[in-house]
Design a protein around this ligand. Structure first.
Ligand code: C5P
Ligand code: C5P
Ligand code: ZN
Length: 484
């Protein structure tokens, strides 16, 4: 790790402090409780911590949560004799933790925009404190990995899990859709430990496992109208291009195709996108860096790190995060079988939601400053994050963020998943801040990253909240325009 700048060194130093506290607690035989976030990044972060703690002989348990709130804060505080470790969450809710955990040991390993000064008894490891971009340069799993490596050098073999976490959080924002910043150091560790290799190729989902038409239909970043989610149309499209779909009666996957065949598919999709008015850069985002996990069996969804991340997201969002954590901790038996089924169910659910939205276009409303997706009770709160991400790649006006919401009536709240584009964040637009300020105004909770953020607010404040967000976004956009 030569050429490390000051920020990275400080981040590693703060991970080392977290490791020291963890080791002290292990030595004094206290229990450790890991609380992590329900998405791919959070689950891989939990897997990394689980492995590091298990190797160190710790007594521990892992809990996966939808979001951070007072209930979780109280639960953490009620466990008097254990050390809580929060991964991929916590930094945005320091004040709540200060109140519930004042004067007690607490480890926060996160990459969300921090809000508030932590109590001095906490160890808060977060790239943003050191001027490192938490939305692009390191994920929650990355921060957990730095800490695991500080616990023991042998944990270098967990680096690949942090690569999966970063891809799950869509941090592949560097040239050729690669990971950069601190993630690059983690990629180096994963390669060095013999778990990872990278290649440049066409990026279709399920390159290892799926018949090509399914891999095409599964590809939703970017969203390709007439292809994404449309298996039948994909079959017709490939047949027209003259691609042989089967070999000896067996469906061929992308990995079986020749360069020439892949070139044909790419230019076919390019033509399709350009004929629909998309800029060439949308098609070129289909070519990029593939992260191959060389110790995983070919033909499994674990071989391609992006697919691995999707599988973890599926386990979390379908209410089976324990399967995802088990797989990260090395289980390849029955858990993997069940997780594969869960991935299928998740895919079906996403496609079903997209089809429904296509038939109910009025659910997407365009205001002066934002798009609002009224998911209501029709789109499950667990699916709104994925739906918001997918739609955000396919909006007519890339200068407007999308604010998607689902209603959770039994809890009296709405769950918001907001996304914007690099076009705006490059100019200093910060969606995480907008979500935080707007949610707090209506007694809710919000935060996240500049490009992807979320909130939970009381149901009855929904309309006012959306108006407030729209106004705040307009104000921010005006500020940006006047600077241009
Ligand atoms: O909580 P966490 O940081 O792990 O989650 C970030 C979320 O933001 C992920 O669900 C990721 O897919 C989403 N994201 C996105 N578009 C981006 C960057 C992140 O939808 N450009
Ligand atoms: O849930 P979703 O994937 O849309 O969240 C986008 C990002 O915003 C994630 O990184 C999530 O952890 C974060 N978030 C947050 N506070 C909330 C809701 C979401 O920091 N109340
Ligand atoms: Zn994350």
């Amino acid at each position: 790790m030569e050429d490390l700048n000051g920020g990275v060194l400080s981040l590693i130093e703060s991970a080392r402090r977290a490791a020291e506290v963890i080791i002290e607690h292990i030595n004094s035989k206290s229990r450790i409780s890991v609380f992590s976030h329900i998405d791919a990044d959070g689950i891989s972060a939990a897997g990394i911590m689980g492995m590091a703690l298990s190797r160190a002989g710790a007594k521990f348990r892992i809990r996966i949560e939808r979001w951070f709130d007072e209930k979780i804060a109280d639960e953490i505080a009620s466990e008097r004799d254990s050390l809580p470790i929060l991964t991929d969450m916590g930094s945005g809710y320091i004040e709540i933790l200060n109140r519930s955990m004042e004067g007690r040991d607490l480890i926060i390993l996160d990459h969300h925009q921090p809000s508030g000064e932590p109590d001095e008894s906490f160890v808060h490891v977060n790239p943003e404190i050191f001027g490192i971009d938490g939305a692009r340069d390191i994920s929650g799993a990355g921060v957990a990995y730095l800490t695991a490596k500080a616990i023991s050098e042998r944990n270098i073999d967990l680096a690949y899990l942090a690569v999966i976490g970063a891809l799950g959080d869509m941090q592949d924002k560097y040239e050729n859709r690669s990971l950069g910043g601190v993630n690059n150091l983690i990629v180096e560790d994963a390669v060095k430990s013999g778990y990872l290799k990278t290649e440049t190729d066409i990026l279709l989902f399920g390159r290892e496992t799926r018949p090509i038409h399914k891999a095409l239909a599964f590809t939703t970043t970017p969203f390709i109208p007439g292809i994404s989610g449309e298996e039948d149309k994909c079959l017709a499209f490939l047949t027209k291009l003259g691609i042989k779909l089967k070999e000896n009666d067996k469906w061929r996957a992308l990995r079986d195709l020749s360069q020439e065949e892949k070139r044909k598919i790419f230019s076919g999709i390019s033509d399709l996108l350009i004929s629909q008015g998309y800029e060439p850069k949308v098609a070129s985002s289909l070519i990029g860096t593939v992260y191959i996990l060389v110790k995983e069996e070919p033909w499994t969804p674990l071989r391609d790190a992006r697919e691995f991340a999707l599988l973890l997201n599926a386990t979390g969002r379908m209410g089976r995060p324990g399967l995802g954590v088990a797989i990260c901790m090395g289980d390849r038996g029955k858990c993997l079988e069940e997780a594969r089924q869960t991935l299928e169910d998740y895919r079906k659910k996403i496609n079903e939601n997209l089809r429904w939205l296509d038939e109910h276009k009025d659910r997407l409303e365009e205001l002066d400053g934002i798009y609002v997706l009224h998911g209501g009770e029709r789109i499950d709160e667990k699916m709104i994050s994925a739906i918001s991400t997918i739609l955000s790649t396919n909006l007519p006006n890339t200068k407007k963020p999308i604010i998607a919401y689902s209603t959770v009536p039994e809890e009296g709240l709405i769950k918001i998943s907001a996304r914007t584009t690099e076009d705006l964040t490059e100019k200093g637009f910060n969606l995480g801040e907008i979500m935080r300020v707007s949610a707090e105004k209506f007694s809710g909770k919000g935060g996240g990253h500049d490009i992807a953020a979320g909130a939970q607010i009381p149901i009855e404040t929904k309309d006012e909240f959306l108006r407030f967000v729209n106004d705040l976004v307009m104000k921010e956009l005006k500020k940006i325009e006047s600077r241009d």
